[in-house]
Design a protein around this ligand. Structure first.
Ligand SMILES: Cc1ncc(COP(=O)(O)O)c(C=O)c1O
Length: 351
Protein backbone atom coordinates (compact mmCIF):
# COMPACT_ATOMS: atom_id res chain seq x y z
CA UNK A 1 0.00 0.00 0.00
CA UNK A 2 1.53 3.24 -1.08
CA UNK A 3 -0.94 5.84 0.02
CA UNK A 4 -0.37 9.48 0.75
CA UNK A 5 -1.57 10.64 4.17
CA UNK A 6 -3.82 13.66 3.70
CA UNK A 7 -3.24 16.22 6.47
CA UNK A 8 -5.82 18.77 7.63
CA UNK A 9 -4.46 20.88 10.49
CA UNK A 10 -6.33 22.70 13.24
CA UNK A 11 -6.36 26.47 12.81
CA UNK A 12 -5.21 26.99 16.42
CA UNK A 13 -3.46 24.41 18.65
CA UNK A 14 -4.81 23.90 22.19
CA UNK A 15 -1.38 23.02 23.59
CA UNK A 16 -0.88 26.35 25.37
CA UNK A 17 -4.02 25.64 27.48
CA UNK A 18 -2.37 22.55 29.03
CA UNK A 19 0.33 22.34 31.72
CA UNK A 20 2.48 19.59 30.21
CA UNK A 21 4.70 19.38 33.28
CA UNK A 22 1.87 18.35 35.56
CA UNK A 23 -0.52 16.12 33.71
CA UNK A 24 -2.29 12.82 34.25
CA UNK A 25 -2.06 10.45 31.31
CA UNK A 26 -5.28 9.92 29.40
CA UNK A 27 -7.01 13.08 30.53
CA UNK A 28 -5.99 15.49 27.76
CA UNK A 29 -5.77 14.74 24.06
CA UNK A 30 -3.73 16.41 21.35
CA UNK A 31 -5.10 18.45 18.47
CA UNK A 32 -5.34 15.75 15.81
CA UNK A 33 -6.16 12.12 15.00
CA UNK A 34 -4.84 9.78 12.33
CA UNK A 35 -7.71 7.81 10.76
CA UNK A 36 -7.93 5.14 8.08
CA UNK A 37 -11.04 3.21 6.97
CA UNK A 38 -11.30 -0.45 6.01
CA UNK A 39 -13.93 -1.00 3.31
CA UNK A 40 -14.36 -3.48 0.46
CA UNK A 41 -11.39 -5.50 1.65
CA UNK A 42 -8.84 -2.69 1.80
CA UNK A 43 -7.59 0.20 3.93
CA UNK A 44 -8.40 3.52 2.31
CA UNK A 45 -8.24 7.25 2.87
CA UNK A 46 -5.42 7.56 5.45
CA UNK A 47 -5.68 11.05 6.88
CA UNK A 48 -4.75 13.28 9.80
CA UNK A 49 -7.59 15.49 10.94
CA UNK A 50 -8.51 17.74 13.85
CA UNK A 51 -9.66 15.66 16.85
CA UNK A 52 -13.46 15.39 16.72
CA UNK A 53 -16.26 13.06 17.76
CA UNK A 54 -16.84 10.13 15.41
CA UNK A 55 -20.50 9.30 14.74
CA UNK A 56 -21.07 5.64 15.65
CA UNK A 57 -24.03 3.48 14.67
CA UNK A 58 -25.55 1.80 17.77
CA UNK A 59 -25.16 -1.54 15.97
CA UNK A 60 -21.41 -0.99 15.37
CA UNK A 61 -20.09 -4.51 15.86
CA UNK A 62 -17.26 -3.54 18.22
CA UNK A 63 -19.88 -2.44 20.75
CA UNK A 64 -21.58 -5.85 20.72
CA UNK A 65 -18.97 -8.47 19.88
CA UNK A 66 -15.82 -6.75 21.02
CA UNK A 67 -13.74 -6.66 17.85
CA UNK A 68 -11.50 -3.95 19.27
CA UNK A 69 -7.72 -4.01 19.72
CA UNK A 70 -5.15 -1.39 20.63
CA UNK A 71 -1.51 -0.54 21.09
CA UNK A 72 0.37 1.75 23.46
CA UNK A 73 3.53 3.65 22.57
CA UNK A 74 5.39 6.72 23.74
CA UNK A 75 7.05 9.61 21.93
CA UNK A 76 9.87 11.61 23.49
CA UNK A 77 12.01 14.54 22.40
CA UNK A 78 15.60 14.03 21.32
CA UNK A 79 18.53 16.33 21.99
CA UNK A 80 17.95 18.44 18.89
CA UNK A 81 14.19 18.65 19.49
CA UNK A 82 13.25 15.86 17.05
CA UNK A 83 10.30 13.72 18.15
CA UNK A 84 11.38 10.11 18.76
CA UNK A 85 9.49 6.81 18.71
CA UNK A 86 10.57 3.64 20.50
CA UNK A 87 10.53 0.50 18.29
CA UNK A 88 7.30 1.41 16.45
CA UNK A 89 7.70 -1.51 14.05
CA UNK A 90 7.24 -3.88 17.02
CA UNK A 91 3.88 -2.26 17.83
CA UNK A 92 2.88 -2.60 14.16
CA UNK A 93 3.67 -6.33 14.30
CA UNK A 94 1.87 -6.87 17.59
CA UNK A 95 -1.18 -4.96 16.37
CA UNK A 96 -1.41 -7.37 13.45
CA UNK A 97 -0.92 -10.35 15.74
CA UNK A 98 -3.88 -9.07 17.78
CA UNK A 99 -5.90 -8.37 14.62
CA UNK A 100 -5.35 -11.90 13.39
CA UNK A 101 -6.45 -13.45 16.70
CA UNK A 102 -9.61 -11.32 16.77
CA UNK A 103 -10.59 -11.97 13.15
CA UNK A 104 -9.77 -8.42 12.07
CA UNK A 105 -7.89 -7.22 8.98
CA UNK A 106 -4.13 -6.69 8.96
CA UNK A 107 -3.01 -3.05 8.88
CA UNK A 108 0.00 -2.50 6.57
CA UNK A 109 3.01 -2.26 8.91
CA UNK A 110 4.79 0.32 6.76
CA UNK A 111 1.75 2.58 6.83
CA UNK A 112 1.45 2.07 10.61
CA UNK A 113 5.00 3.34 11.15
CA UNK A 114 4.65 6.16 8.60
CA UNK A 115 1.34 7.27 10.15
CA UNK A 116 2.91 7.30 13.62
CA UNK A 117 5.88 9.30 12.37
CA UNK A 118 3.81 11.95 10.59
CA UNK A 119 1.23 12.18 13.37
CA UNK A 120 3.89 12.47 16.10
CA UNK A 121 5.87 15.07 14.15
CA UNK A 122 2.70 17.14 13.84
CA UNK A 123 1.93 16.84 17.60
CA UNK A 124 5.54 17.44 18.69
CA UNK A 125 4.69 20.48 20.81
CA UNK A 126 2.59 18.20 23.03
CA UNK A 127 5.56 16.08 24.12
CA UNK A 128 6.33 16.79 27.82
CA UNK A 129 10.00 17.10 28.68
CA UNK A 130 10.12 16.14 32.39
CA UNK A 131 12.20 12.96 33.00
CA UNK A 132 10.09 9.82 32.53
CA UNK A 133 7.21 11.70 30.94
CA UNK A 134 6.25 11.41 27.26
CA UNK A 135 3.47 11.73 24.74
CA UNK A 136 1.44 8.52 25.00
CA UNK A 137 0.29 7.30 21.58
CA UNK A 138 -2.73 5.09 21.26
CA UNK A 139 -3.18 3.29 17.94
CA UNK A 140 -6.40 1.23 17.90
CA UNK A 141 -8.72 -0.61 15.56
CA UNK A 142 -12.40 -1.43 15.92
CA UNK A 143 -15.28 -2.86 13.92
CA UNK A 144 -17.68 -0.08 12.95
CA UNK A 145 -19.98 -2.05 10.64
CA UNK A 146 -23.61 -1.78 11.80
CA UNK A 147 -24.73 -5.43 11.99
CA UNK A 148 -26.31 -7.72 14.55
CA UNK A 149 -24.99 -11.24 14.14
CA UNK A 150 -21.89 -13.22 14.98
CA UNK A 151 -19.29 -12.96 12.26
CA UNK A 152 -16.27 -10.81 11.48
CA UNK A 153 -17.22 -7.27 10.55
CA UNK A 154 -16.51 -6.03 7.05
CA UNK A 155 -15.70 -2.42 7.94
CA UNK A 156 -13.22 -1.10 10.53
CA UNK A 157 -11.47 2.06 11.57
CA UNK A 158 -7.81 2.32 12.48
CA UNK A 159 -7.09 5.44 14.53
CA UNK A 160 -4.11 6.94 16.32
CA UNK A 161 -4.67 9.46 19.08
CA UNK A 162 -2.31 10.90 21.67
CA UNK A 163 -2.33 12.04 25.27
CA UNK A 164 0.53 13.73 27.16
CA UNK A 165 1.67 11.64 30.14
CA UNK A 166 3.65 12.42 33.27
CA UNK A 167 5.79 9.69 34.91
CA UNK A 168 3.34 6.88 35.73
CA UNK A 169 4.09 4.97 38.94
CA UNK A 170 6.76 7.08 40.51
CA UNK A 171 6.55 5.08 43.73
CA UNK A 172 7.04 1.38 44.37
CA UNK A 173 4.02 -0.87 43.77
CA UNK A 174 2.24 -3.58 45.72
CA UNK A 175 0.84 -6.53 43.76
CA UNK A 176 -2.12 -8.69 44.71
CA UNK A 177 -1.48 -12.33 43.77
CA UNK A 178 -4.97 -13.15 42.48
CA UNK A 179 -6.29 -16.64 43.28
CA UNK A 180 -9.92 -16.34 42.21
CA UNK A 181 -10.08 -14.44 38.93
CA UNK A 182 -7.92 -15.23 35.90
CA UNK A 183 -6.73 -13.11 33.01
CA UNK A 184 -5.88 -15.62 30.34
CA UNK A 185 -5.95 -19.30 29.46
CA UNK A 186 -3.92 -21.14 26.84
CA UNK A 187 -5.70 -20.72 23.53
CA UNK A 188 -7.58 -17.64 24.77
CA UNK A 189 -6.92 -14.01 23.88
CA UNK A 190 -4.35 -13.15 26.57
CA UNK A 191 -1.57 -12.91 24.02
CA UNK A 192 -3.52 -10.32 22.00
CA UNK A 193 -3.96 -6.70 23.02
CA UNK A 194 -7.72 -7.09 22.82
CA UNK A 195 -9.96 -4.56 24.58
CA UNK A 196 -11.99 -7.33 26.24
CA UNK A 197 -8.95 -8.57 28.17
CA UNK A 198 -8.85 -5.23 29.95
CA UNK A 199 -12.61 -5.14 30.59
CA UNK A 200 -12.30 -8.51 32.34
CA UNK A 201 -9.49 -7.17 34.53
CA UNK A 202 -11.34 -4.09 35.79
CA UNK A 203 -13.37 -5.64 38.63
CA UNK A 204 -10.52 -7.81 40.00
CA UNK A 205 -8.24 -4.75 39.92
CA UNK A 206 -10.84 -2.75 41.88
CA UNK A 207 -10.95 -5.54 44.48
CA UNK A 208 -7.15 -5.57 44.70
CA UNK A 209 -7.07 -1.78 45.16
CA UNK A 210 -9.72 -1.97 47.87
CA UNK A 211 -7.36 -4.32 49.74
CA UNK A 212 -4.54 -1.78 49.53
CA UNK A 213 -2.69 -3.07 46.46
CA UNK A 214 -1.88 -1.19 43.24
CA UNK A 215 -2.31 -3.92 40.64
CA UNK A 216 -3.19 -7.57 40.19
CA UNK A 217 -0.45 -10.15 39.73
CA UNK A 218 -2.12 -12.70 37.44
CA UNK A 219 -1.48 -16.36 38.04
CA UNK A 220 -2.10 -19.33 35.75
CA UNK A 221 -5.76 -20.39 35.60
CA UNK A 222 -5.16 -24.09 36.30
CA UNK A 223 -3.06 -24.24 39.46
CA UNK A 224 -2.77 -20.57 40.53
CA UNK A 225 0.91 -21.34 41.03
CA UNK A 226 2.63 -19.93 37.96
CA UNK A 227 3.13 -16.20 37.55
CA UNK A 228 1.83 -14.67 34.31
CA UNK A 229 2.01 -10.86 34.36
CA UNK A 230 0.73 -7.70 36.03
CA UNK A 231 -2.15 -5.34 34.98
CA UNK A 232 -0.42 -3.71 32.03
CA UNK A 233 3.08 -4.97 32.65
CA UNK A 234 5.32 -7.99 32.32
CA UNK A 235 7.31 -8.93 35.40
CA UNK A 236 10.96 -9.65 36.19
CA UNK A 237 12.56 -11.06 39.36
CA UNK A 238 16.20 -10.96 40.41
CA UNK A 239 17.17 -13.94 42.54
CA UNK A 240 20.77 -14.57 43.62
CA UNK A 241 22.10 -12.18 41.01
CA UNK A 242 20.17 -13.65 38.04
CA UNK A 243 17.01 -12.47 36.34
CA UNK A 244 13.96 -14.55 35.50
CA UNK A 245 10.76 -13.57 33.71
CA UNK A 246 7.79 -15.74 32.70
CA UNK A 247 8.20 -17.18 29.20
CA UNK A 248 5.75 -16.26 26.43
CA UNK A 249 3.49 -19.22 27.04
CA UNK A 250 0.66 -18.15 24.74
CA UNK A 251 -1.30 -16.43 27.47
CA UNK A 252 0.78 -13.35 28.30
CA UNK A 253 1.37 -10.25 26.24
CA UNK A 254 4.71 -10.06 24.47
CA UNK A 255 5.75 -6.70 25.91
CA UNK A 256 8.04 -4.49 23.88
CA UNK A 257 9.57 -3.14 27.09
CA UNK A 258 10.01 -6.77 28.21
CA UNK A 259 11.99 -7.70 25.08
CA UNK A 260 14.05 -4.51 25.36
CA UNK A 261 14.84 -5.08 29.05
CA UNK A 262 15.97 -8.64 28.32
CA UNK A 263 18.42 -7.32 25.70
CA UNK A 264 19.57 -4.49 27.96
CA UNK A 265 20.18 -6.74 30.98
CA UNK A 266 22.07 -9.28 28.88
CA UNK A 267 24.21 -6.50 27.36
CA UNK A 268 25.15 -5.49 30.94
CA UNK A 269 26.28 -9.04 31.66
CA UNK A 270 23.24 -10.31 33.57
CA UNK A 271 21.86 -13.76 32.99
CA UNK A 272 18.15 -13.57 32.04
CA UNK A 273 16.05 -16.70 31.73
CA UNK A 274 12.52 -16.84 30.29
CA UNK A 275 10.77 -19.76 31.93
CA UNK A 276 7.71 -20.73 34.00
CA UNK A 277 8.01 -19.20 37.49
CA UNK A 278 6.14 -20.59 40.49
CA UNK A 279 4.94 -18.42 43.34
CA UNK A 280 6.48 -20.96 45.71
CA UNK A 281 9.89 -20.23 44.18
CA UNK A 282 9.55 -16.52 44.99
CA UNK A 283 8.38 -17.31 48.52
CA UNK A 284 11.32 -19.67 49.00
CA UNK A 285 13.82 -17.08 47.69
CA UNK A 286 12.31 -14.53 50.05
CA UNK A 287 12.75 -16.93 52.98
CA UNK A 288 16.32 -17.87 52.17
CA UNK A 289 17.41 -14.28 51.49
CA UNK A 290 18.17 -14.61 47.76
CA UNK A 291 15.21 -12.52 46.54
CA UNK A 292 16.80 -9.26 45.48
CA UNK A 293 14.54 -7.20 43.19
CA UNK A 294 11.37 -7.30 41.13
CA UNK A 295 9.92 -4.88 38.64
CA UNK A 296 7.13 -4.59 36.13
CA UNK A 297 7.82 -3.46 32.57
CA UNK A 298 5.40 -1.66 30.27
CA UNK A 299 5.17 1.32 27.95
CA UNK A 300 2.79 3.27 30.15
CA UNK A 301 4.70 2.62 33.36
CA UNK A 302 8.27 2.14 32.17
CA UNK A 303 9.91 0.24 35.04
CA UNK A 304 7.71 -0.10 38.14
CA UNK A 305 9.63 -1.40 41.14
CA UNK A 306 7.78 -3.87 43.31
CA UNK A 307 7.80 -3.51 47.08
CA UNK A 308 5.41 -6.30 48.00
CA UNK A 309 3.46 -9.24 46.60
CA UNK A 310 0.65 -10.51 48.77
CA UNK A 311 -2.83 -11.91 49.21
CA UNK A 312 -4.81 -13.38 52.13
CA UNK A 313 -2.23 -16.18 52.54
CA UNK A 314 1.14 -14.56 51.85
CA UNK A 315 3.13 -11.36 52.04
CA UNK A 316 6.44 -11.19 50.22
CA UNK A 317 8.41 -8.04 50.93
CA UNK A 318 11.25 -6.96 48.66
CA UNK A 319 14.50 -5.36 49.83
CA UNK A 320 14.48 -1.54 49.93
CA UNK A 321 17.41 -1.22 47.54
CA UNK A 322 16.93 -2.15 43.93
CA UNK A 323 19.99 -0.85 42.10
CA UNK A 324 19.54 -2.86 38.91
CA UNK A 325 15.90 -1.84 38.52
CA UNK A 326 16.99 1.79 38.86
CA UNK A 327 19.77 1.28 36.32
CA UNK A 328 17.34 -0.30 33.81
CA UNK A 329 14.83 2.50 34.30
CA UNK A 330 17.46 5.23 33.94
CA UNK A 331 19.08 3.61 30.91
CA UNK A 332 15.79 3.21 29.07
CA UNK A 333 14.77 6.78 29.86
CA UNK A 334 18.20 8.04 28.74
CA UNK A 335 18.04 6.13 25.44
CA UNK A 336 14.57 7.55 24.81
CA UNK A 337 15.79 11.15 25.05
CA UNK A 338 19.20 10.51 23.41
CA UNK A 339 21.10 11.08 26.67
CA UNK A 340 22.57 7.63 26.16
CA UNK A 341 23.72 5.94 22.95
CA UNK A 342 21.03 3.92 21.18
CA UNK A 343 23.26 0.85 20.81
CA UNK A 344 20.35 -1.37 19.94
CA UNK A 345 18.85 0.80 17.18
CA UNK A 346 15.52 1.13 18.98
CA UNK A 347 14.88 4.82 18.33
CA UNK A 348 13.07 6.01 15.20
CA UNK A 349 12.94 9.71 14.38
CA UNK A 350 9.48 11.09 13.68
CA UNK A 351 9.92 13.64 10.93
C1 LIG B 1 -1.38 -7.01 29.65
C2 LIG B 1 -0.11 -6.28 29.36
N1 LIG B 1 1.06 -6.88 29.60
C3 LIG B 1 2.23 -6.28 29.34
C4 LIG B 1 2.27 -5.02 28.79
C5 LIG B 1 3.60 -4.39 28.48
O1 LIG B 1 3.79 -4.28 27.09
P1 LIG B 1 4.69 -3.13 26.48
O2 LIG B 1 6.01 -3.24 27.12
O3 LIG B 1 4.74 -3.43 25.01
O4 LIG B 1 4.01 -1.86 26.76
C6 LIG B 1 1.07 -4.34 28.53
C7 LIG B 1 1.09 -3.00 27.95
O5 LIG B 1 0.98 -2.85 26.76
C8 LIG B 1 -0.15 -4.99 28.80
O6 LIG B 1 -1.31 -4.38 28.56
Amino acid sequence: MNQVIKITKVSQSRVSEVNLENITMGTQFTDHLFICDYENGEWTNPRIEPLALIPTHPAAMALHYGQAIFEGMKATLGKDGTALLFRPEENAKRMNFSADRMGMPMFPEELFVEALKQFTALEKNWIPTQVGSALYLRPFMYADEPFIGMRAATTYKFIVMASPAGPFFSRKIKLYAEKKYVRAVNGGTGEAKAAGNYAAAIRPTEYAKAKGYDQVLWLDPYTFEYIQEVGTMNIFFKIAGKFITPNLSGSILSGITRMSVIDLLRSKGFEVTERPIKMSEIIEASKNGTLEEAFGTGTAVGIAMVEEIGNNDISIKFPEDNPVSVMVNDTLNAIKVQDSKDEFGWIVEAK
